[in-house]
Design a protein around this ligand. Sequence first.
Ligand code: 5GP
Ligand code: ZN
Length: 114
Amino acid sequence: MDCLFCKIIAGEIPSAKVYEDEFVYAFKDIQPIAPVHYLFVPKEHICCAKKITAENSGSVAKIFESIAKVAADENIESYRVINNCGEDAGQSVMHLHFHLLAGKKMGWGEQSLG
Ligand code: 5GP
Ligand code: ZN
């Protein structure tokens, strides 16, 4: 399958790994928008949040467990988790991923939408 994040998970494209287990792979975003900007992806290919089902939602639970673990390990007290789903929301890679942002004071509302 021609999927960038599947290739990163398979090690065919290099990435700066921050976490890995049976279900989850996490790595540094190549164009960070915060001092900490990691991407958490399920190892199984799910295109987007619209395709989360009872059958595959275990991967999503594992992602949130791993986010909590990485944040604790790195002493990240405060953070934001973002999923962009679909083109208007800004999804550019069609493999489900959650952005972990931290390390700066973040705005909310209009100011955070750019
Ligand atoms: P989206 O815009 O789909 O929510 O997020 C995709 C993210 O993937 C972007 O923040 C972008 O910087 C990141 N990205 C795109 N290509 C690569 C890559 O080859 N390596 C890494 N580490 N991140 C990438
Ligand atoms: Zn994929």
